[in-house]
Design a protein around this ligand. Structure first.
Ligand code: UDP
Length: 236
C-alpha cells in the first residue's frame, strides 16, 4: 500500500512519555513511541518530530508556582531538549539515524536548527527531531511544530493525543463527548477546543496546513494515518 504523504511532522506531547510515572520518562513507553515513529519512516515517509516538555516542566505551571514566566519557559524549552535526546536515543537503538536540532544553540548536545540542513537530513532518511521549541518564551511546542512543518514543507502535522481525536468536550471527563471526523480551523477556535493552542491553529489556517489528530496509545495508528486511513480527526 502506498503512502499518502512524502513528508510529515509528528507532534508528540511530553506528557505522552510519562506512562505510569509522575515525572520524567517511562522507558517502556518511550520505546513503544519510537517504534511507532520508526514504522512510518520505514514505509518511505520522511519523518520529522517535535516533542513537548510537559512531563518535566511547563513555563505556565512554573509561573503559577511563583517563578518568572520567561525563566519558566526557558526551563520548559530545555525540557524538550531532554525529551528529544531520549527519543533520538530510542530510535537509534532501533537502528535508524536521527539528528536532534535545537532552536537554542548548545553545540555539545545538539545541532543548531538550520532549515536547509534539516531538509537534507530528511532526504537522507534520517529522522530530524526539532528541540527547544521556537526558542522564544510564551510559545508552545504546538506552535514550534507548526512553524517547523511549514519551514520544511511537511504536508501535514500528525498530532498525537491520549484520545481518539477532537471532541466537542473533554472525553476523559464527559462520557457523552462526541468526536468530530473533520472540523475546520475556525470551528476549533470558535468552540475553544483545546486540541492545540490558538496560535498554532491560526498559523495552520493561514497557511492551509492540515492537522491529523490521532490516538498515540493505539498501536499502529501513526502508520494507518500515514497511509491516509481515516482515523482520528482532520482539522482543515
Ligand atoms: N516553550 C516555550 N517556547 C516554545 C516552546 C515551548 O517557551 O517555543 C516552553 C513552554 O514553557 C512550554 C514548555 O516549553 O510549556 C514545554 O512545551 P509544551 O508545554 O508545549 O509541551 P507539551 O504540552 O507538548 O508536553
Amino acid at each position: 500500500m502506498a503512502n499518502r504523504y512524502k513528508r510529515i511532522l509528528v507532534k508528540l506531547s511530553g506528557e505522552a512519555l510519562l506512562g505510569s510515572t509522575d515525572f520524567g520518562i517511562d522507558p517502556q513507553v518511550l520505546k513503544r513511541i519510537a517504534g511507532e515513529v520508526l514504522e512510518i519512516q520505514k514505509s518511505g515517509v520522511q519523518v520529522a518530530c517535535v516533542i513537548g516538555g510537559g512531563n518535566i516542566f511547563r513555563g505556565s505551571g512554573l509561573a503559577k508556582a511563583g517563578l518568572d514566566r520567561v525563566t519558566g519557559d526557558h526551563m520548559g524549552m530545555l525540557a524538550t531538549v531532554i525529551n528529544s535526546l531520549a527519543l533520538s536515543d530510542a530510535l537509534e537503538q532501533m537502528g535508524i539515524a536521527t539528528r536532534v536540532m535545537s532552536a537554542i544553540e548548545m553545540h555539545q548536545v545538539a545541532e543548531p536548527y538550520i532549515r536547509r540542513r534539516a531538509i537534507r537530513h530528511l532526504e537522507k532518511g534520517r529522522i530530524a527531531i526539532f528541540a527547544a521549541g521556537t526558542s522564544n518564551p510564551y510559545f508552545s511546542t504546538d506552535t514550534a511544530a507548526t512553524l517547523r512543518a511549514l519551514e520544511i514543507k511537511a504536508e501535514v502535522i500528525a498530532k498525537a493525543t491520549r484520545v481518539d481525536g477532537v471532541y466537542d468536550k473533554d472525553p476523559l471527563k464527559f462520557p457523552d463527548a462526541v468526536m468530530f471526523r473533520e472540523i475546520t480551523y475556525l470551528d476549533v477556535l470558535a468552540k475553544g477546543l483545546g486540541v492545540m493552542d490558538a496560535t498554532s491553529i491560526a498559523m495552520c489556517r493561514d497557511n492551509k496546513l492540515p492537522i491529523l489528530v490521532f490516538n498515540l496509545n493505539t498501536t499502529g495508528n501513526i502508520m494507518r494515518m500515514s497511509m491516509g486511513e481515516p482515523i482520528g480527526t482532520v482539522i482543515h
